[in-house]
Each structure stands twice: as structure tokens, then as C-alpha cells.
Design a protein around this ligand. Structure first.
Ligand SMILES: *Cc1c(COP(=O)(O)O)cnc(C)c1O
Length: 222
């Protein structure tokens, strides 16, 4: 018999190291599926598409913390900012600028993560390590009163090569530690390292992830 949602949820939670946040990735999932997981106690959910987030959020309990984990275009920032708890995929100055502007309009201070490109594939978004250093050192953070960089996000290569995935996660963890220690970012906690999905959450946590984004292992194949 296929495991129930409750059984899959228990199994995923059993694989979490202490202090690691579980974001349930609910893109393409129905309201009923999301509600069922909410009823089991889950509060952090992740969505990839602005339109889908906009439709779903108002119909669901307002103590859900919505994580925007997709690639965000500037034209969609205004739709995401009012509902998002954390925006994971910030990878350009102009995007950060737009988020600050829209957060100001919404009367909020919004937490963001900078996305770093760690995978071999060309398709994944994100800053190179050099661009990350530039972002931390040179983006006009002091002028952005409605934005708080809280950490980094990355996606490993989609490969069977576990050593490669491990190396990519360890590389991101090193960057994270360097930035956090250098204290060049604006004052405030730099404490979130978003890495790990259904297929590689264990490797990500072993490398020091503080937040995993898990869809398939909870809800089944999309
Ligand atoms: C879809 C998605 C996930 C979840 O992937 P699963 O393999 O279903 O766990 C995590 N992170 C991002 C950025 C995603 O787009």
C-alpha cells in the first residue's frame, strides 16, 4: 500500500537534523493537499510561480509562512511581496531594488536570500561566487531599508554523482560561512542556508543546510 501523507510527513521530519526548517514545496499541489499537510502541523510552504501563490494564499490559513522559491521576474515582485515570508531566489541588483521598493509600499521589511549558482547545469539561476562577493560588498544595502538579506540559497546539479552534489553543497556552505563571518552585509542575522530537495536533502544537511525545500517526498511525484 502506498504510504499516506501523514506517513510521508513523519518520514521526512525524521530525516531533519535539529534546527533545520522544512519548507513543503506545494507548487502544482491542490488546496486539499496543502490543507491536509497544514492540518498535520506544517506551516512553511514554498511556491515557484507568482500567479499560483497569488491564487492559493488568500484561500489558505493566514498563519502559513509562504516561501517564494522560484525564479522571480521584476514585473511579478508586486504580487509576491505582500504575501511572502521569505524570497529565496534573489540574484540581481535590480530585483533586490524592486523588492525593497515594493516592500516599502506594502509597509514591510522583507527577508531575502541570495541565490548562488553552484550546479554544473547552465539552466539554473543564481550569482557566481564572484558576483556574490560583489553583491555583498557593493550593492547599496544601506539604502534598502525594507530588505534584509538573511542568507544564501542554492540548487545542486541534478546528477547521480553524490560526490559532486556533496562538493557543490560544501562549496555553498563555505561561501555562506565566509559572508556571515566577514560581516560586510548590513547588521542583522545572516543565518539561513537554503539547500536540499527531496533527492539530496541528506547530503545538504550533512554539509550544513539550515532549510530544506521538499516537494516530492511529501506529496508524491508531480
Ligand atoms: C520544485 C522545487 C523543489 C522541490 O523539489 P522536490 O524534488 O519535489 O523535493 C525545491 N526547490 C526548488 C527551487 C524547486 O523548484
Amino acid at each position: 500500500m502506498a504510504p499516506t501523507l501523514a506517513e510521508r510527513y513523519q518520514a521526512v521530519k525524521a530525516g531533519l537534523r535539529p534546527g533545520v526548517t522544512l519548507v513543503a514545496v506545494s507548487k502544482t499541489r491542490t488546496m486539499d493537499e496543502i490543507r491536509a499537510l497544514y492540518e498535520l502541523g506544517q506551516r512553511d510552504f514554498g511556491e515557484n510561480y507568482p500567479q499560483e501563490l497569488r491564487e492559493k494564499a488568500p484561500q489558505l490559513p493566514d498563519d502559513i509562512r509562504w516561501h517564494f522559491i522560484g525564479h522571480l521576474q521584476r514585473s511579478n515582485v508586486k504580487h509576491v511581496v505582500p504575501v511572502a515570508h521569505l524570497i529565496h531566489g534573489v540574484d540581481s541588483l535590480r530585483l533586490a531594488e524592486e523588492i525593497d521598493k515594493r516592500a516599502a509600499t506594502a509597509g514591510r521589511v522583507l527577508d531575502i536570500l541570495l541565490q548562488v549558482h553552484i550546479a554544473q547545469e547552465e539552466t539554473k539561476h543564481g550569482l557566481s561566487p564572484a558576483e556574490l562577493r560583489d553583491a555583498i560588498g557593493n550593492w547599496p544595502w544601506a539604502g534598502w531599508a525594507h530588505l534584509r538579506p538573511r542568507g544564501l540559497m542554492g540548487m545542486a546539479s541534478n546528477t547521480e554523482d553524490r560526490d559532486q552534489v556533496r562538493r557543490e553543497f560544501e562549496g555553498l556552505k563555505q561561501l555562506f560561512d565566509t559572508v556571515a563571518a566577514a560581516n560586510t552585509h548590513p547588521p542583522g542575522p545572516f543565518d539561513t542556508l537554503s539547500m536540499g530537495m527531496s533527492g539530496d536533502a541528506e547530503l545538504a544537511q550533512a554539509a550544513g543546510s539550515t532549510l530544506v525545500r521538499i516537494g516530492t517526498a511529501l506529496f508524491g511525484p508531480r
